[in-house]
Design a protein. Structure first.
Length: 396
């Protein structure tokens, strides 16, 4: 009976190892396709299956979370699947070549040990669990932070989780505890290494973020007041002051920029009658935050208003890939900014804290939606006609 139990255990392990090997091959194919997209420049260009400009793939791909220590996550995934495929083939062969242990003599009453799983299966289980935890973290980032979903990334995550489950079943008993614990710990460590730099919280405790520009990169911005001075145009002694709280993904803000802000800049500000201040109120998602930070980086180089106009002209909707890092950098080049300095400012997340402070300042002043104007300190909500703004600025 014991020999039969061992034979059944071996058969079960062979089947599970074989199924895991097939899944690893499928995962490798998905990861290889994603790596190929990476080599051709990402899904920002048309032609990628289930991807392309404005897709969930593009939003996820061009976010800072798509890299781990500078290496594309897709390439790391391909390496993990390749390792699992090799370990799976090795495990299948090792299990197939093993057989039930010889029968014990009747006088030996000690229980016969079950067939031991090959070390390759134990290692594959740990790798699969590390990959599963990290993949689930990436899906959580897509949904919770980026507010999008990449179908290929999600498929890869499902495959990796299935692999972890298969190897756990193959190592039934007390044996899965060690690889499971090691894999979960490894996956959490990878998630931490990815999240901290990408979220912009990698500054050592007790030190302010790197907000000052390096030599040759423009104005030094250390406080919100420093930033807002760069977002203000007009004669400081102008009789009227118009402020606007705006989000670059807000369609009504885009209309206000064209119908209200542009005429004020061209006429009233130019004539010295109005001083105009822009306030970032990024609240519509991650791309709003990135666009606001990019606009602040442009302000450091003295090109805020030109970049402001390009951002509003380029918005296609909320969190659909309009303001990924690569597109923001492309807009900077088109605006004539120092591309290298802009890229350093944006990718270092130097302006993140100031944009957060600007949003909180707006809330403290009662801003609930965008656009919101303050005309000589008087709050006016919504897309207000230019004539009304001028009436409030100059009086009846």
């Amino acid at each position: 009976m014991v020999g039969m139990a061992e034979a059944l255990d071996l058969r079960r392990r062979r089947r599970l190892a074989g199924a895991a090997t097939l899944l690893a091959a499928l995962g490798l194919a998905v990861a290889a396709y994603l790596s190929w997209i990476e080599l051709r420049g990402g899904p920002s260009e048309a032609g990628a299956l289930l991807c392309g400009p404005g897709s969930g793939c593009a939003a996820a791909w061009e976010s800072p979370y798509a890299r781990l220590a500078g290496v594309p996550v897709a390439v790391l995934g391909a390496g993990a699947y390749l390792a699992l495929l090799i370990l799976g083939l090795w495990s299948t062969r090792a299990v197939a070549r093993s057989g039930p242990a010889p029968r014990q003599r009747r006088r030996d009453r000690r229980p016969e040990p079950r067939t031991r799983a090959p070390w390759t299966m134990v290692a594959a289980s740990a790798v699969a669990w590390a990959g599963a935890v990290f993949s689930l973290y990436l899906v959580g980032v897509q949904v919770g932070v980026l507010r999008t979903l990449c179908p290929w990334c999600t498929a890869s995550a499902v495959i990796m989780v299935a692999l972890a489950v298969l190897y756990t079943l193959a190592l039934a008993g007390p044996l899965p505890r060690l690889p499971l614990a090691a894999g979960v710990a490894g996956g959490l460590a990878l998630a931490l290494l990815n999240y901290v730099p990408a979220s912009g919280t990698a500054t050592p405790a007790g030190l302010p973020p790197q907000e000052g520009a390096a030599a040759g990169e423009g104005a030094v911005v250390a406080t919100l007041a420093d930033l807002e001075s760069l977002l203000t145009i007009g004669d400081p002694s102008a009789p009227a002051h118009v402020e606007i709280y705006s989000d670059f993904q807000c369609p009504y803000c885009a209309m206000a920029a064209e119908q209200v802000i542009a005429p004020l800049r061209q006429e009233d500000v130019a004539q010295g009658r109005i001083r105009l201040t822009f306030h970032n109120f990024a609240f519509l998602g991650q791309e709003s935050q990135w666009a606001a930070e990019a606009a602040a980086c442009a302000a450091v180089q003295g090109r805020f208003w030109e970049y402001h106009d390009r951002l509003f002209a380029s918005a296609l909707g909320e969190n659909v890939g309009s303001f990924t890092f690569s597109r923001l950098e492309r807009l900077a080049r088109e605006t004539g900014l120092d591309a290298a300095a802009f890229q350093r400012c944006l990718e270092d997340r130097r302006m993140r804290r100031l944009i957060d402070e600007s949003r909180q300042e707006g809330r403290d002043r009662g801003v609930r939606a965008t656009p919101t104007f303050f005309v000589n300190g008087r709050k006016v909500e919504g897309l207000v006609p230019l004539s009304e703004i001028r009436r409030l600025a100059y009086g009846p």
